[in-house]
Design a protein around this ligand. Sequence first.
Ligand code: PLP
Length: 324
Amino acid sequence: MKEAPRIKLARLPTPLVPLDRLSGELGGPRIWLKRDDLTETAASGNKLRKLEYSVAQALAEGATTLITCGGVQSNHCRVTAIVAAQLGLKCQLLLRGQPEDPDGNLMLDRLVGAEVRFLTMDEWRRVDEIFAEEAERWRSLDETPFCIPTGASDEIGLWGYVNATRELANDFSQLGIEPDYIVSATGSGGTLGGLIVGRALHGLGSQVVAFNVCDDEAYFINKISADIASWERRYEHQLDPSNLPINVIDGHVGPGYGEAAPHVYDTIRRVARLEGVVFDPVYTGKAFDALLTELNRGQFTDSEDIVFLHTGGIFGLFPHRQQL
Ligand SMILES: *Cc1c(COP(=O)(O)O)cnc(C)c1O
């Protein structure tokens, strides 16, 4: 297998902790949290694990400027902007949506000096062209740009969670547990894809399951299959195709990406008060609420231990202050 270049950005390993009071109240499996919200402070969350590989690749190619894209309140864009500042690189963000009062992630993007271009929905549909245009503009300024796709979800960023799976295997053996499920939110697919590859590569017994916070099951099956195939080609390692199940549980998107039903906010409040753990309405709160709904329906109740991946997103909470 070819090795992927990597730089150290995240504080690893992150803790794996049980939610005892919540598990007691639920009366079902013991729920554990993998605290990937603790990978850093301002640059916290799952994207930092992926960027250890994406940014290493950028540096290997001599990049001086990182270009990436996402929603106005993208966690991925915020982490990329902060990492760029940490490394003395320039950063340009292509943000889908309207300019709004800088808040949450957007406030931090501005603070660390990222250049922001807002894209209309029409422009977003041809974001690949806009990446190319902007890269050309940076080259004309004597910079070397490197483009990172949405969420750093490609065959390079996939390594972040391939690697996290090995960390989880170590956590499990140290704690003497064999969780039946590892549960996560999925938004651009790279976290789930990485977990799936890592599970196969490291022979983990747990099943990997994700709740989509946008799009639908078919979209993620396509996207993740394509990313895994690119990973296999680029790093020259063939995986057993029968050992790569893509388990996406659809039906919990609610009103849409970035919008949540009242019960999601109730779950965020409940977990905050009971456990002192903060989820966000876009990803972790929505997915954790979905897990509680499925437990209520009798899903997952055959298991003793379930690990929920806390992927971060705390700054996405602030623009939702009115609902909280
Ligand atoms: C991006 C993100 C996710 C989803 O991860 P993907 O790899 O994009 O599927 C989940 N939680 C948070 C907080 C995120 O920022």
